[in-house]
Write a protein that binds this ligand. Structure first.
Ligand code: DGL
Length: 259
């Protein structure tokens, strides 16, 4: 089965990487909207338009299911996408439910882009999971820029994260919910700053579970997976760019082990 993945940039690789692992033998199309990244600081209407363009491109290429591997696009556009297209459209949901199920008596900090933090979708999720009283929210838009320029371990990244997280008493938090797929690249630095008891939760497994149940995709382990990359409709085939994508994937393999 051809499965499309879409993000504003390279954050969505974190979701596709895991999907390839669990659904090997399928065909994967990855659309990074490099022309319009970042989404998190744009208007909702702009993100809706970018998302419709991207998803219709993936469906034209034969995608039978599309994963919106971007919390921001999910927050702004999932309703419009589902109304417009007939293939299953699977979005990202911050792992607030899992954070609540830890029942650790501690608070949860949700980090995401400004659109996601201000969006109705996250606020409805907090109400639905009875997390409104125990969750704090923080927008970290600069992490998206850092990730796009492959800047992960610099002093600037550390200082930005340290100063933003210093607004909270970190000893009070049992979990940190990554509400943006770009943030998966920073698990090591986040781990250094957070209190040891704070678990880092991403929404990747939940999304892949939904992808499997809604699309019926199964692993065909005897076949190899095929992956094609597009930067805003432009097929990526230069060696230099493919090598750069491989560097991102390598980093994600390391970050995957950090909780
Ligand atoms: N990767 C995105 C997310 O999950 C969006 C980042 C951005 O473009 O601002 O929210």
């Amino acid at each position: 089965m051809k499965i499309g993945f879409f993000d504003s940039g390279i954050g969505g690789l974190s979701v596709m990487n895991e999907a390839i692992r669990q659904l090997s033998g399928n065909e994967f199309l990855f659309f990074a909207d490099k022309k319009n990244v970042p989404y998190g600081t744009k208007t909702k209407d702009e993100v809706i338009n970018f998302s419709i363009e991207a998803v219709s491109f993936l469906i034209d290429l034969g995608a039978k299911a599309v994963v919106v591997a971007c919390n921001t696009a999910t927050s702004a556009a999932i309703v419009e996408l589902r109304a417009k297209f007939s293939v299953p459209i699977i979005g990202m949901e911050p792992a607030v439910k899992r954070a609540v199920s830890l029942k650790d008596g501690k608070k949860t900090l949700v980090i995401a882009t400004p659109i996601t933090i201000a969006g109705q979708k996250l606020h409805e999720l907090l109400v639905r999971t009875n997390a409104s009283e125990v969750a704090d929210l923080l927008a970290l838009p600069r992490l998206v820029e850092f990730a796009e320029s492959y800047e992960f371990e610099s002093r600037r990244v550390r200082e930005y994260l340290k100063s933003e997280l210093a607004k909270f008493d970190l000893s009070e938090y049992g979990s940190l919910v990554l509400g943006c797929t770009h943030f998966n690249y920073f698990k090591d630095t986040l781990r250094e700053i957070l209190a040891p008891q704070t678990k880092i939760l991403d929404g990747i497994d939940g999304t892949i579970k939904r992808l499997k149940s809604e699309s019926g995709a199964v692993s065909l382990a005897d076949k190899s997976s095929k992956v094609e990359y597009f930067y805003s409709k432009q097929k990526v085939n230069q060696r230099k760019e493919l090598d750069r994508l491989a560097m991102y994937l390598k980093r994600l393999d390391v970050m995957r082990e950090i909780e």
